[in-house]
Structure formats: C-alpha cells, structure tokens
Design a protein around this ligand. Structure first.
Ligand code: PRT
Ligand code: ZN
Length: 294
C-alpha cells in the first residue's frame, strides 16, 4: 500500500482504526492538545494545530508501516512489534492495552515447564515469538498458526498447548488452561521509524509530542495536595510526602501555621492522607493535575 499524504514534512502517525487500543489512543492524542477529527470510518486526519497526520489502519499493519518508513510513528501493542521482528525505536510505553504473551497448557496436563513442550504441538497467532522463545531454550516444538480463538485449540485436539495474549486471565480459565510462563509483557507503545528518529527536523516535532505525552502521563500518576498544618508537624509531614521535590510551604495568617502544597503519587494516595492526618495536617484539599511538566 502506498500512502502519499503530503510532502510537506508533516509527521505521519499510524494508529489502530477500530479495536482495543483505539479509544485510549484517541483519548491520549486529544489530551495532549491535538485538534483533529476522529469520528466515523476515516482513513486519515490532519491535525489542525500540529504538523501531524494520523492514519487509521489495522493494528497488524502498523509494525511494517513504521519499519518501512511508510509512516514515521505508530502506536501499537509491543506484542506485534516483537512478533514482526521489525527494527523500530520504542519511544514510550503508554500504559494501556496491558497484556502478556503466555504459554498455557490444559489445567490437568502434566506439563510443568516450557521444556516439557519440546516435542509438543503448540497453537498460536504468534508463531515467530513462539519459535524464538523455544529456540532460545534449545527446543523446536511443532507450531500450528491459527488466527482467533486460539484458546479452544487444546479442547479441539488441535494442539497440546497454546501461546496467546492474556490480560484478565478469564479466557484461559474459561477454557481450562493454566499459564506456564510469560514470553513477553506488553502494552501499547509509541514507536518510530529509525530514520525519522534520526532526522533533526522530524526529531524536533517528535520530541514535542513526547514531552506532551510524558507530561500528561505523569500528571495522571500524581495528585496535587494542599493542606494546612502546624509548623511543629512539618517534619512528620515531609516524611509522609517527600513529593517530586520539596513541598511548597506558605505561611498562614495564623501564627504557628503553614499551608503545604505538594504532588503525591496516586498509588500511595489514601495511605498518605491517613498518615498526614495523624501527623497533624488539616483541611487537606486534593486536585488532579492536568499536565505535569517535569
Ligand atoms: O482489527 P485489528 O487487526 O486492528 O485488531 P485485532 O482484533 O487484531 O486486535 P485487538 O483490538 O483485539 O487487540 C489490539 C491489541 O490490544 C493487541 O495487539 C494487544 O497489544 C492488546 N491487548 C490487550 C489484547 C488483550 N489485552 C487481550 N486480552 N489483545 C487481545 N486480547 C485477547 C486475548 O488473546 C484473549 O483471547 O482477549 C482475550 C481475552 O483476554 P482475557 O485474558 O482478558 O480473558
Ligand atoms: Zn489485528
């Protein structure tokens, strides 16, 4: 497929047109301030406020498009980059589409470790990743490539084991399978064609995108906290919220009291609030950050 959108130096980004990654990807691109139309069955859109065109394609095509330089950038599951074995630059892991490529076997089977499958038949939609994984162990099992419903292959007698993606694990359980080992941890990643990444002009625009993506992702990890506290409690409070850097401390119009402002990681949020109360903080206010420019 030849895509010749323009020759004006605009970056081209391929994203999944319709699937598991689409909603989060569009959400991310809008959240970094890109203004473009994304409704309906579009093939591509141009950003109105950034030198970027977005192509909507099947996810399976993205590694090759980025690898060949048909597009400069792609957002796709790492699992597909790994499977295609195409040389691209992984610029940023994006934190959604999280899943693992696992080897799974029937629950009641005797298989305990990957090498037990050295002479087995394995069904998968990821033949290269599977072959490569077993080759590294010195094994060469028979691989049956099927697309879709890989989990039912052992029940149908097509294979002894499978290699498939799993996220919640419910599909494995429903099919009486148990994971034996993980081949790859995956999530959506932003990747670049190596030459685009090396090109100074393109690099500048890519760096601008990356800065925005990192700022939005960092902001999602943090909450902004404001609280009042007696000066005597400050040492204890600082121990609870080391913050990104030292907290901002503002004197209050009340002798012996200060306001403390800081950013805190979402993961430890509730635990920290409890500890802050114990340390003597009052009137604790929380707000979400929009962007965090580190
Ligand atoms: O049409 P197009 O070719 O673009 O899309 P697609 O149908 O090939 O891909 P899609 O939209 O299903 O997945 C896109 C990407 O999402 C994958 O390449 C992964 O990077 C990522 N992803 C994250 C997943 C899953 N989680 C996932 N659970 N892709 C597939 N699955 C499958 C899994 O194989 C299992 O069969 O979902 C099923 C349910 O999983 P459990 O463990 O939650 O039960
Ligand atoms: Zn696909």
């Amino acid at each position: 497929m030849k895509i010749n959108l323009n020759g004006d130096g605009t970056l081209k980004l391929a994203i999944q047109r319709s699937g598991r990654l689409t909603e989060n990807t569009l959400g991310l691109l809008h959240s970094i301030g890109l203004d473009f139309e994304s409704y309906g069955q579009r093939l591509f859109s141009r950003c109105r406020n950034f030198p970027l065109s977005i192509l909507y394609v099947r996810d399976d095509d993205i590694p090759e498009y980025v690898g060949l330089g048909t597009v400069d950038l792609g957002i796709v599951g790492r699992n597909l980059i790994h499977e295609e074995g195409i040389a691209v630059e992984e610029l940023e892991a994006l934190g959604y589409g999280v899943c693992s490529l696992v080897v799974a076997v029937p629950k009641d089977s005797a298989f305990q470790e990957p090498l037990d499958l050295a002479n087995a038949t394995i069904a998968t939609s990821y033949p290269r990743s599977t072959r490569q994984f077993f080759a590294k162990l010195g094994a060469n099992p028979e691989i049956v490539t099927i697309s879709g419903s890989v989990e039912v292959a052992p029940t149908l007698g097509l294979a002894d084991a499978i290699v498939d993606l799993t996220s919640t694990g419910s599909s494995l359980i429903l099919n009486d399978l148990r994971p034996l080992t993980t081949i790859l941890d995956s999530e959506a990643v932003l990747v670049a064609h190596p030459a685009a990444w090396q090109d100074p002009k393109k690099r500048e625009a890519i760096d601008r995108l990356l800065l925005r993506i990192r700022a939005v992702r960092a902001a999602r990890r943090f909450k902004y906290l404001m609280m009042n506290a007696p000066v005597a409690a400050l040492d204890d409070i600082k121990r609870v919220v080391p913050g990104l850097k030292s907290p901002t401390i503002i004197p209050l119009d009340m002798p012996g009291w200060v306001a403390v402002h800081t950013a805190i990681e979402e993961e430890v949020f509730w635990e920290s609030i409890e500890k802050l109360r114990e340390a003597g903080a009052t009137e604790i206010l929380v707000s979400s950050l929009d962007k965090l420019l580190l």
